[in-house]
Design a protein around this ligand. Structure first.
Ligand SMILES: *[C@@H]1O[C@H](CO)[C@@H](O)[C@H](O)[C@H]1NC(C)=O
Ligand SMILES: *[C@@H]1O[C@H](CO)[C@@H](O)[C@H](O)[C@H]1NC(C)=O
Ligand SMILES: *[C@@H]1O[C@H](CO)[C@@H](O)[C@H](O)[C@H]1NC(C)=O
Ligand SMILES: *[C@@H]1O[C@H](CO)[C@@H](O)[C@H](O)[C@H]1NC(C)=O
Ligand SMILES: *[C@@H]1O[C@H](CO)[C@@H](O)[C@H](O)[C@H]1NC(C)=O
Ligand SMILES: *[C@@H]1O[C@H](CO)[C@@H](O)[C@H](O)[C@H]1NC(C)=O
Ligand SMILES: *[C@@H]1O[C@H](CO)[C@@H](O)[C@H](O)[C@H]1NC(C)=O
Length: 382
């Protein structure tokens, strides 16, 4: 039976010198194809070697990197035991022509553990770097799907069953406005001559998922300097692919990701760790300023702060920053600033352990303290 397939493959071979190209699938336990992209001539044979775990070689399209193409190539799942080192199973694809072939691993599709969403994609005869259909762009949209799946899973688990109740902040007993609930949406995006499908979580008043351009636009933010312990501007709206360039001025600052409920501590929840620029010490008389660049990947609100605590907490003094905060809602930038000042500012130090007056009505979660903190950590991802 396979002989007929083989002879069919051979029949279209224009040259006897057709090449055999070996590709490792998931070598070293990594969620990658190695090499990640190849050029091939019609008639070449691409032999995929399946390493331990349970991967597939499945054809998609440039527009939808993690979606199965109807009637496309599909190896099916190839489970390989962790201790298997030789006789790895293979799957061979005959290259029919010079058109691009887009491939992904379909393991854990449409879940936060999606192999494709972690960047496990491969291409035959894709566009060169810089071309709209380059491998870089293909992989970037696969990663964006993964980021979106993770964000929506976190949002789903953080969405209160009955909305509208008020939670207490991570420490210090402070009443927070309720977290908004996101809505999972899938949209086809067209920018310049590229088109792809994106799955993302939309929050009230969140920006559109369509990038301003394929490379995004640049936002500049001054950190510290003559304006004092502030980010200038203190909050911005940005689209996916935009870059935020933080320019560090006088004193010794960072830009570090946190959460609305815990503004002055580094984000760490559900295995997600926030970004952190590290410290940038800059002299008062400096004329050149170091920068650190952050790429925006999603439309969800991003909360950040300066983690300098010497001689006093910069965050508690109001040195906080937000991207895509909902300025029409209760969780706006100024509300975030108030939480930071209440939990880590002079008010917190002076009143400690007494709770701030504004939170006199906030009830401590007693019996379900642990569950409450867990819920907050999850909610903090918003
Ligand atoms: C391989 O993965 C598929 C899809 O997740 C699953 O149905 C199958 O049971 C897995 N096989 C093994 C042996 O783990
Ligand atoms: C791999 O491990 C399984 C179970 O632990 C064992 O039965 C099998 O013989 C091992 N295979 C090899 C090639 O070592
Ligand atoms: C910057 O601040 C950090 C944290 O307080 C400190 O460890 C570091 O020494 C400071 N750097 C300079 C040059 O002052
Ligand atoms: C800036 O001032 C410090 C002392 O305050 C001095 O050591 C340093 O050389 C000055 N740097 C420049 C570029 O003038
Ligand atoms: C966007 O993704 C890049 C690459 O994975 C990551 O370094 C960066 O921190 C992400 N941006 C945000 C705001 O999380
Ligand atoms: C804010 O206060 C918390 C609790 O005391 C502390 O863990 C955290 O390091 C503080 N952060 C800053 C930047 O002051
Ligand atoms: C923004 O937050 C402040 C402080 O919590 C609040 O007073 C204000 O009403 C909020 N704005 C909106 C539009 O909800």
């Amino acid at each position: 039976m396979f002989a007929s397939t083989l002879s069919l493959g051979l029949a279209v071979l224009p040259f006897i010198s057709a090449a055999i190209i070996d590709v490792q699938v998931g070598a070293g336990g990594k969620l990658e194809f190695d090499p990640p992209a190849i050029g091939a001539q019609p008639g070449d044979q691409v032999v995929f070697h399946f390493n331990p775990k349970n991967h597939t070689v499945t054809q998609s399209s440039f527009a939808s990197p993690c979606g199965r193409k109807d009637g496309g190539i599909d190896s099916g799942f190839m489970p390989v035991a962790a201790n298997q080192t030789d006789n790895l199973p293979t799957y061979t694809v005959s290259v029919p022509d010079t058109n691009p072939i887009w491939i992904y691993c379909a393991q854990a599709a449409n879940t936060p553990n999606s192999h494709c969403g972690a960047g496990m994609v491969f291409a035959i005869n894709c566009g060169a770097d810089g071309a709209p259909n380059s491998f870089t762009n293909f992989k970037a949209s696969a990663l964006a799907i993964g980021a979106s799946l993770s964000a929506s899973a976190a949002a789903a688990s953080a969405t209160p069953a009955s909305g509208g109740y008020v939670q207490t902040a991570a420490y210090g007993g402070y009443t927070l406005p309720p977290a908004p609930s996101g809505q999972l949406l899938t949209e086809t995006i067209s920018v310049d001559s590229s088109t792809w499908v994106t799955t993302y979580t939309s929050y009230p008043n969140s920006p559109a998922p369509t990038p301003a351009s394929l490379s995004g636009i640049v936002h500049k933010v001054i950190v510290g300097g003559s304006s004092g312990l502030v980010f200038d501007p203190p909050h911005i709206q940005a689209l996916p692919r935009d870059q935020v360039v933080f320019e560090f001025h006088d004193k010794n600052h960072t830009v570090t990701q946190s959460s609305f409920a815990d503004p002055c501590r580094k984000l760490s929840a559900n295995g997600a760790t926030g970004f952190d620029s590290g410290f940038f010490p800059v002299d008062a008389n400096a004329t050149q300023f170091p920068t650190w660049t952050l790429t925006v990947n999603d439309t969800a609100p991003i909360w950040a702060y300066c983690r300098q605590q010497t001689p006093k907490s910069h965050c508690g003094s109001g040195m906080v920053f937000a991207i895509n905060s909902d300025e029409q809602g209760a969780r706006n930038y100024s509300a975030f600033l108030q939480v930071a000042e209440a939990l880590n500012g002079t008010a917190a130090a002076a009143n400690s352990p007494t709770t701030p007056a504004s939170s006199a009505s906030s009830a401590r979660i007693a019996g379900s303290a642990v569950a409450g903190v867990v819920a907050l950590l999850i909610a903090s991802l918003l």
